[in-house]
Design a protein around this ligand. Structure first.
Ligand SMILES: [Zn+2]
Length: 384
């Protein structure tokens, strides 16, 4: 018996020596300082934060009724699990098996589970209910045989704000809702001239109030292939020197300025009867929405760049570039989508230009040219 034990020890020692000789090491230990889950009917996001760079994690493993995440070498700090956000729908269990931290999350067999890094120290596990996923037929690459339906036959133009939601008020007294509607109508008119075979759908073509979620809903129902939301920027104090045009794609904001713009535009929800649909629209939920749009994010980026180039080439508006932020109005879009902040109503010279018919016509015409050049390069990419 003792002999057998000694033999076993010798094998273990030999194995340990071999590991050292081969340079095989245990993954460095890292401490998980916070696990926070948030969720709604459509998705659950679990953010796992480590004290230092998180190097090792395994692919999620499906088990009956849930999914298991394994983090080799990870320790769980006491109180790291933020239980305030845990609900029956977001049940989370953590235990340590040997040197592996094992997290079990509840989900249905049909849910999609994605685990990915978010920076050096964070892991995000996103569980999406099947119904909320992007329909398969939205990803062009997955349907090489069905290219016909990928022609840009429907373009959706969204004039920001409307009715009781006036948007920003210009230093010259002009309302954002009127500028955006005027430009949107001119874009439609110009597109009818230069792209006569394309159907242009307006989310609104008069001064009516429209909820943010309805705008992409209209676009999706119309089978839109491109969605453009038109807005005007503004600073909290006016007159203000900030000026120029910028175009946004949907992604979690990278800087304070982008976050300011998104939060001002998202404030439109205060005019809506039910704000419940926006509850829990945290940074993590914006990440989920961004992931749902991953099949057309490149197209959105290319469209944004095209708009930015045309508008700043053909108008006196300064080029503030393409940015990213969490705009609620873009969240539900099932097609490439961008939001343009044409100029600053809080700036005297931008406001004067935005209120003038000359300025509105020039901006609209450049937007239409950008749509046309996007359509041309899109068709070219399909034929290769
Ligand atoms: Zn706006």
């Amino acid at each position: 018996m003792i002999k057998h034990f000694e033999g076993g020890m010798r094998v273990l020692l030999a194995a340990a020596t071999l590991c050292m000789l081969l340079g095989m090491q245990q993954p460095p230990t890292t401490t998980i300082t916070r696990i926070r889950a948030s969720g709604n009917d459509d998705s659950t996001v679990v953010r796992i934060r480590a004290a230092s760079t998180l190097t090792a994690f395994q692919r999620p493993e499906r088990i009956p009724g849930g999914v298991v995440l394994r983090l080799p070498g990870a320790l769980l700090e006491d109180g790291a699990i933020d239980s305030t956000a845990l609900t029956p729908a977001v049940r989370l269990e953590a235990k340590r098996v040997r040197d592996i931290l094992v997290l079990t999350l509840r989900c249905a067999p049909t849910d999609s589970v994605v685990l990915r890094r978010d920076g050096q120290r964070d892991l995000l596990c996103v569980i999406q209910r099947r119904a909320q996923q992007v329909p398969e037929d939205i990803a062009p690459r997955q349907h090489p045989a069905g290219r016909g339906k990928w022609s840009l036959d429907v373009i959706v133009i969204d004039a920001g704000h409307g009715g009781k939601d006036v948007g920003a008020e210009g230093v010259n007294g002009v309302y954002e809702k009127d500028v955006t509607l005027a430009i949107a109508k001119l874009v439609r008119a110009r597109l009818r001239e230069i792209m006569p075979n394309t159907n242009v759908v307006m989310t609104r073509d008069n001064d009516t109030f429209l909820e943010l979620y309805r705008r992409t809903q209209i676009a999706n129902e119309a089978g839109g292939k491109l969605f453009l939301s038109i807005h005007c920027n503004s600073m909290p104090t006016k007159p203000h020197p900030a000026h120029g045009c910028e175009t946004y794609i949907l992604r979690p904001g990278r800087n304070d300025d982008a976050a300011r713009v998104a939060s001002r535009e998202n404030a439109s929800v205060k005019f809506e009867q039910s704000q419940r649909r926006y509850e829990g629209m945290t940074e993590d939920q914006i990440i989920v929405a961004t992931m749902a749009q991953r099949s057309f994010v490149r197209l959105s980026e290319s469209f944004a760049a095209s708009i930015q180039q045309e508008v700043t080439d053909r108008t006196p508006l300064a080029d503030r570039g393409v940015s990213q932020a969490g705009f609620f109005v873009l969240v539900g879009a099932s097609m490439p989508n961008v939001l343009i902040e044409t100029g600053f109503l809080s700036n005297r010279s931008d406001a004067e230009y935005l209120a003038s018919s000359k300025g509105q016509t020039a901006i609209a015409s450049s937007i239409a040219t950008a749509i046309q050049s996007y359509a041309t390069s899109y068709q070219r990419s399909l034929s290769h």
